[in-house]
Design a protein around this ligand. Structure first.
Ligand code: 5GP
Length: 188
């Protein structure tokens, strides 16, 4: 069985994870697709809820067995991917899928699912705001933050690949805009 997908994407620091969480609270019909990653869990993160935390060997096995809908090396040496099995389980339970993935992964999903996917690109009001948001993140080392800034600057070029673009300047406004898009996509 297959159903619909809502894909929230953005450069790191644009606020997509916060928006994705709000959508899960607002729409009981949506279920978060848990991705696989080879990065270390952050404090409080739970295997099977936030991510499936795989070793690189486990991740490569899943690539070999064609178990991913899409996967990317999001940061050098760090892999992330959406598992086919996870999407199927959600659709089989009668729900629709919500995904929070990087920009290249979202482009792959847009290509594969076309009309069945609503892809939303969350954009920061400016590159300066994005850089400030990333620098104020206490969870990452300065080196990792600089890596994220350079990747995010590059990803800002790809907004035209997506169905919709929402600027996250004032969070409640961005949340309302995304809700309107989801209402149109799921219910009209
Ligand atoms: P974080 O490590 O901060 O949780 O996520 C880093 C980046 O990886 C974010 O942009 C997040 O959206 C992205 N990401 C998470 N899961 C997936 C996935 O399954 N596929 C792809 N392509 N990116 C993902």
């Amino acid at each position: 069985m297959s159903g619909k997908l809502i894909v929230i994407t953005a450069p790191s620091g644009a606020g997509k994870t916060t928006i994705a969480k709000r959508m899960l609270e607002a729409y009981p019909v949506l279920e978060f697709s848990v991705s696989a990653t080879t990065r270390q869990p952050r404090s409080g993160e739970v295997h099977g809820k936030d991510y499936y935390f795989f070793t690189e060997e486990q991740f490569r096995k899943k690539i070999e067995t064609n178990s991913f809908v899409e996967w990317e090396e999001v940061y050098p040496g760090v892999f992330y991917g959406t598992l086919k099995h996870d999407l199927k389980t959600i659709w089989d339970s009668g729900k629709e899928v919500l995904l929070d993935v990087d920009v290249r992964g979202a482009m792959q999903l847009e290509k594969q699912y076309g009309e069945d996917a609503l892809t939303i690109f969350i954009k920061p009001p400016s590159i300066e705001v994005l850089i400030n948001r990333l620098r104020s993140r206490a969870t990452e080392s300065p080196e990792k933050i600089e890596e994220r800034i350079s990747k995010a600057s590059n990803e800002l070029q790809f907004e035209s690949y997506f169905d919709e673009v929402v600027i996250n300047e004032i969070l409640p406004d961005a949340v309302r805009q995304v809700e309107n898009l989801i209402d149109d996509f799921l219910f009209t």
